[in-house]
Design a protein around this ligand. Structure first.
Ligand SMILES: [Zn+2]
Length: 191
């Protein structure tokens, strides 16, 4: 069984959480430890009793991905207008808005007429940021609670922590930071 380590990317994610940069890159070095196996985006491998993959730079279990896949399933017809959804534009739009591209164009057009478009975009961005924060929180909690006592520092040096990772403290910190970041985003939406 491979050892899981709290990695440089986790440190970067944590820093992004602190500074509120939810969309920031966690660095070119994806950090799936050199002396173990190098996993890259899209790889699938067994570790412990779970099957893992890397999607959007985040290491996650396959069962979690299946859930996401089910949520992004697109029906044949648009629930709003009933037209068949087939254009390349329908799929990404359906995932976010649960309606076809034409319906979104119409909807956004009507918002522009009413002068509500800016407000709408602000809410959309805010909600995306909240979703990212929730994902980051569960990722970090997962990382902290499956990590052993080793840790790769910023310069790539493996450090062994006497007594191991203080899971309780990290868990508390992650929850607090996420809460603060979410409150910041909510405040921005309501401003
Ligand atoms: Zn439609």
């Amino acid at each position: 069984m491979l050892k899981k380590e709290f990695k440089r990317t986790d440190v970067n994610r944590m820093r992004n959480l602190i500074t509120g940069k939810t969309n920031a890159s966690t660095g070119a070095q994806t950090g799936y430890s050199k002396k173990e196996e190098n996993h890259k985006e899209g790889d699938v491998w067994k570790e412990g009793r779970k099957t893992w993959t890397i999607k959007n730079g985040i290491k996650q279990t396959i069962s979690k991905l299946d859930k996401i896949r089910k949520e992004s399933f697109m029906p044949l017809c648009c629930p709003k207008c009933g037209n068949i959804m087939k254009s390349q534009l329908d799929k990404p739009n359906y995932r976010i808005h649960k309606k076809c591209h034409d319906c979104i164009i119409k909807f956004e057009g009507s918002l522009k007429n009413k002068g509500l478009y800016k407000e709408y975009i602000k809410n959309l961005k805010g909600n995306n940021a909240l979703t990212s924060l929730n994902e980051m929180e569960s990722y970090l909690l997962d990382a902290v609670n499956t990590s052993n006592s080793s840790f790769i520092s910023e310069d790539g040096v493996v450090e062994r922590w006497v007594g191991g990772l203080d899971k309780e403290k990290y868990t508390k910190d992650i929850k607090t930071l996420t809460k603060q970041a979410k409150e910041r985003v909510k405040k921005e939406i309501n401003d």
